[in-house]
Design a protein around this ligand. Structure first.
Ligand code: SAM
Length: 243
């Protein structure tokens, strides 16, 4: 097994959730081949009281519990190999906290993260993490969508999966990547395969014509129409780029 080129470290209360789905299919084969590596770190290990508590009641009241800054700080210090946030090495790579309050994850950011040597991901539970430890460690906050999950682990799996498929040697065909949704700011065109007619529905004629120029134009038009209809935000951003 060769040394992994891309490393992700996940701080979690549920290390047994990893690699989970990332141990299968494309990501799993790449993991086995040593193209990337994953280290799941148990946050509870860094709790210092006799009950190994990692959370406490929220100041200001409210029903939920909050993850303690001292425990998260100790876990981060151990993972980063430094005494505290003021010692964090600039080459340690991005430090990310997954939260619905974060900036939405985009394919552009995924591309940047996949180009790093190492990425560290903090998964929240309960109401989330005490704000001070996020400030102290200058953590980047990322959301995987405008909905609330019960924990950061599924979000971490989403982020890692999106990065891993971009790593060199993971996907066979670089052209596939170049034509996907979000490349060039558009959603992808629709796909069809055999049989050419199914339940009375025919594959668009142009796709079976063998006329590459017409196929390219048809796909481009489909991409544009779908993006305009489903994602006016993306469509508007393309318009701004062209101005
Ligand atoms: N109280 C938080 C709020 O309203 O923003 C939600 C906390 S959620 C129940 C528990 C954890 O799940 C969060 O700390 C975060 O790590 C993770 N999480 C939930 N939704 C997420 C999302 N959309 N993107 C990334 N992480 C998310």
């Amino acid at each position: 097994m060769s040394r992994a080129g891309w490393t992700v470290r996940v701080l979690t209360l549920f290390p047994e959730m990893f690699p989970g789905p990332l141990g299968h299919s494309l990501a799993g084969k790449a993991l086995e081949a040593g193209l990337w590596s994953l280290e799941a770190v148990d946050i509870r290990y860094f709790a210092s009281d006799k009950h190994r508590s990692v959370d406490d009641a929220a100041f200001g009241g409210g029903p939920g519990l909050v993850m303690r800054p001292d425990v998260i700080d100790a876990a981060l210090a151990a993972v980063m190999g430094v005494a505290g946030p003021e010692r964090a090495h600039p080459d340690a790579g991005p430090l990310i906290y997954l939260t619905p309050r974060g900036r939405p994850l985009t394919q552009d950011r995924v591309r940047e993260l996949a180009a790093e040597r190492q990425v560290t991901v903090l998964c929240g539970r309960y109401e989330g993490v005490d704000e001070r430890v996020l400030e102290a460690w200058k953590v980047e906050e990322i959301s995987v969508g405008d909905y609330v999950l019960s924990g950061g682990e599924p979000a971490a799996i989403v982020l890692i999966d999106a990065c891993v498929r971009l790593l060199p040697g993971v996907m066979g065909d670089a052209e596939t990547l170049a034509e996907e949704s979000f490349e060039g700011g558009l959603l992808e065109y629709p796909h069809y395969t055999r049989p050419q007619e199914w339940r009375g529905r025919k594959v668009p004629e142009v796709l079976a014509s063998g006329h590459h120029e017409n196929i390219r134009a048809w796909r481009r038009a489909q991409s544009e129409a779908t993006t305009r209809e489903r994602r006016p935000d993306l469509w508007a951003a393309i318009g701004r780029h062209r101005q």
